[in-house]
Ligand binder design. Structure first.
Ligand code: PHB
Ligand code: FE
Length: 335
């Protein structure tokens, strides 16, 4: 947890008398939830009141990712209208600014907030609007309903902490990724994934330096969907495997190139122009396929059966500026 800051105060209304949910305000944006929907309101530059509505479950699944990933890389579109852009110390919150039609009509709104101000607001909204039986990180078939009047909290499930390794996982003194020993069951969709661990034959004296574990076995026990873990970090090369079921709850617009390696099953991606949302491509990825998403696109994946995906990110903190200045390409290769 970060230290409380001068912004840590969250502007929230008292709970609604009948529905039980609080309203949240940040800048000129207001957020309200009812039994089925999240409603977002703002004003246009010339003062006209605007509103947008999202399904409450879709809204909470997107909000969960935005909060858990610290606003991620670049754009987190909750849908075609609202979302955030990460500037790494501050965050833009927008409605319609990356929707070609709304932008052209001048009915969009974008405001920048210090991360220390928007994070506690989003955290408080996620906590207040997530009912007891609903886990926004779980696949829809593996959790209860997001709908209805306010009914308890699910704070433990929305504040899952990443387990951080300080050296190769499995080595003495660090995490044990053999989750079977920690009680995480194999997911119903991965009942056929072998659970044997690799054989290790380190030279005498190197027993504490060499290790290996079954990545498929590890992933088969993941309790969450669409949540890449950092399984290896070599300088700025981040290998982020994840298990995917149903659809990516956000439409991600990256500020850099990112690679996908489809390790099992199948995911279909819709790719669109990052600035306008204009459709660009459908990418159908089967087990063994690799694809790169250029930095100028936004993308959303659909996984009919729980699958394993390796997301490969370049985590360099200077890359976004290099791309903006034209020093680094927006595409992975020039043919
Ligand atoms: C992505 O935006 O590229 C992304 C995010 C989460 C995932 C997979 C891919 O689980
Ligand atoms: Fe992405």
């Amino acid at each position: 947890m970060n230290a409380p800051s001068e912004f840590a105060q969250v502007l929230a209304s008292p709970p609604h008398a009948v529905l039980g949910y609080k309203d949240f305000t940040i800048g000129s944006f207001n957020f309200r939830r009812d039994e089925y929907f999240a409603h977002i309101t703002w004003k246009t530059k010339d003062g006209r009141p605007m509103s947008h509505t999202m399904d409450a479950g879709n809204f909470l699944r997107a909000l969960m990712r935005d909060v858990a990933w610290g606003f991620f890389y670049g754009w987190v579109n909750f849908d075609d209208v609202i979302g955030t852009v990460n500037h790494y110390k501050s965050v833009d919150l927008y409605a319609g600014s990356y929707n070609g039609t709304m932008k052209a009509a001048g009915i969009d709104c974008l405001e920048n907030f210090p991360t220390e101000q928007i994070r506690p607001t989003f955290e408080a909204m996620l906590d207040d609007w997530t009912n007891e039986g609903f886990d926004p990180f779980a696949a829809p078939q593996e959790t209860g309903s997001p709908y209805g009047r306010k009914n308890g909290y699910n704070t433990a499930k929305i504040t899952r902490a990443r387990e951080l390794a300080t050296r190769c996982v499995g080595l003495k003194g660090d995490l044990n990724l053999r989750s079977d020993e920690r009680g995480a069951p194999v997911n119903r969709a991965f009942a056929d994934v072998p659970q044997e661990q690799p054989e290790l034959h380190p030279e005498p004296g190197f027993e504490n330096e060499v290790h290996a574990f079954s990545l498929f076995g590890f992933l088969s026990r993941s309790q969450v969907t669409w949540n890449p873990s950092f399984t290896s970090v070599v300088k700025y090369s981040y290998m982020c495997p994840t298990t995917e079921e149903h659809m990516l709850p956000i439409i991600h617009g990256n500020d850099r190139v990112e690679w996908f390696f489809q390790m099992t099953d199948e995911i279909t991606w819709n790719c669109a122009d990052k600035n306008t949302g204009k459709p660009m491509a459908r990418v159908i990825m089967k087990a063994g396929d690799m694809a790169a998403m250029p930095a100028y696109c936004r993308h959303q994946g659909f996984s009919p059966k729980r699958s394993m995906l390796l997301v490969w990110e370049n985590g360099s903190p200077t890359l976004v500026h290099e791309i903006q200045k034209g020093e680094s390409p927006e595409i992975p290769v020039q043919f």
